[in-house]
Design a binder for this molecule. Structure first.
Ligand code: ASP
Ligand code: MG
Length: 414
């Protein structure tokens, strides 16, 4: 018997009717003879609503432990309702919270990492002929025994991690789009669905703002060789397969363009240019769990230098609070914050062996009159920071110059 893990996102279980449709689909998978595990997200905007209720009541920093308990309730509503809908269809189903399903995490509330999975109860229920439903996005801390959440979009990670632990044949990620696209179709209407994308490319796309999959889920997939199928819950068409590089049939140089408008740029002015200063700045930020991204240090003048970096916009106040006393200590000149930036990234495994990709990207941006504020690269990615107002123009220009769309519109200049 094949083991299939299916994950349904918030839109797919957005209301009672949609939940019923998911139940139909799950019943069909089960009746086809598969051992079926279903991971569910909270219905629609439930998580957002809970976050804003917490902010109204608990201020900007409500107790993290309580916030996590609150947020996990969204997924628990979904799991119980889906189990009921399955019973109604004559299918035996049992729902489990993350903790009951054996999702063991570290103790970092709000962005806990899975450290172990002990799916004994899940396996037992599967062997008993039940469809197993697991609340996504949550686990329990090994050390504190408290309930944790895995960060926004974390149900993807629950699903892929369970698929790995159960040695499932496939992990299907059901969403409201047909798969992974060459760019966000809302910005680039001619964006094309990718048939196959490699783990490495998907990691870069997800890390650079493509929201279909949480980054950690792709890491799990790669580390454990889980075949991931991202597809729409509103149709039966094939979506995008995420797998090893060998699975790619067409040898495209570029896979897609991702963009991210969730970061801010912070510049520390007049830091003394001597060993240990950068180490101290970034150690203190890391200790406070601030996830720093692109870092650029300027040429120094008179023994002083500026360092710019990007970080999640929501962490800006926390970073400033850390940096200001530190600047007093080392006699730095100040901190500048620019919240109105966006990051645009070009991703493709073929970059490794094809020179000139960055030059072509920068030329397209210049032709579109977009100024580049920062640049960073990996072996399969080129990212630039631009003004937030330029993000759509930049994505369109880069997508067009590499001919990524499937329509004659592509290739025109903007
Ligand atoms: N409900 C959570 C969120 O909105 C987790 C998820 O949907 O993956 O981020
Ligand atoms: Mg998601």
């Amino acid at each position: 018997m094949a083991i299939v893990v299916q994950k349904y996102g918030g839109t797919s279980v957005g209301d009672v009717d949609r939940m019923k449709r998911v139940a139909d689909r799950v019943s069909r998978t089960h009746r086809d003879g598969n051992q079926t595990v279903v991971v569910v997200s909270a219905m629609g905007k439930t998580t957002d609503d809970l976050v804003s209720m917490a902010a109204d009541i608990g201020g900007e920093q409500p107790p993290q432990r309580e916030l996590d308990i609150l947020l996990t309730s969204g997924e628990r509503i979904s799991m119980a309702l889906l189990a009921m809908a399955l019973h109604e269809r004559g299918v035996q189903a049992k729902s489990f919270t993350g903790s009951q399903a054996g999702i063991i995490t570290d103790a970092v509330h709000g962005k806990a990492r899975i450290v172990d999975i002990t799916p004994g109860r899940v396996q037992e229920a599967l062997d008993g002929g039940y469809v197993v439903i697991v609340a996504g996005f949550q686990g329990v801390s090994q050390d504190t025994k408290d309930i944790t959440t895995l960060g926004r979009g974390g149900s993807d990670t629950t699903a892929v991690a369970l698929a790995a632990a159960l040695d499932a044949d496939v992990c299907e990620i059901y969403t409201d789009v047909d798969g992974v696209f060459t760019a966000d179709p809302r910005i680039v209407p001619t964006a094309r669905k990718l048939d196959v994308v490699s783990y490495e490319e998907m990691l870069e796309l997800a890390a650079q703002g493509a929201k279909v999959l949480q980054v950690r889920s792709v890491e799990f997939g790669r580390n454990h060789g889980v075949r991931i199928h991202v597809r729409s819950s509103f149709s039966y068409t094939t979506g995008t397969w995420v797998g090893p590089e060998e699975d790619k049939v067409e040898d495209a140089i570029i896979s897609g363009v991702a963009h991210d408008t969730s970061e801010a740029k912070l510049t520390i002015l007049g830091l003394p240019d001597r060993p240990g200063v950068a180490a101290r700045v970034f150690t203190e930020l890391a200790d406070a769990n601030v996830n720093v991204d692109m870092i650029v240090q300027n040429v120094s003048a008179d023994g002083r230098t500026d360092i710019s970096f990007t970080l999640p916009r929501g962490d800006t106040a926390k970073a400033q609070a850390i940096l200001e006393p530190l600047l007093d200590d080392v006699d730095g000149a100040g901190v500048l914050v620019d919240p109105d930036v966006a990051k645009v990234s070009l991703v493709g495994a073929g970059m490794k062996t094809n020179p000139g990709i960055a030059a072509k990207m920068f030329s397209a941006l210049s032709a579109a009159d977009v100024n580049i504020e920062m640049i960073s690269t990996s072996t399969i990615r080129v990212s630039v920071v631009v003004a937030k107002d330029d993000v759509e123009t930049a994505v369109q220009a880069v997508h067009a110059v590499f001919g990524l769309g499937d329509d004659a519109d592509e290739g025109r200049s903007h």
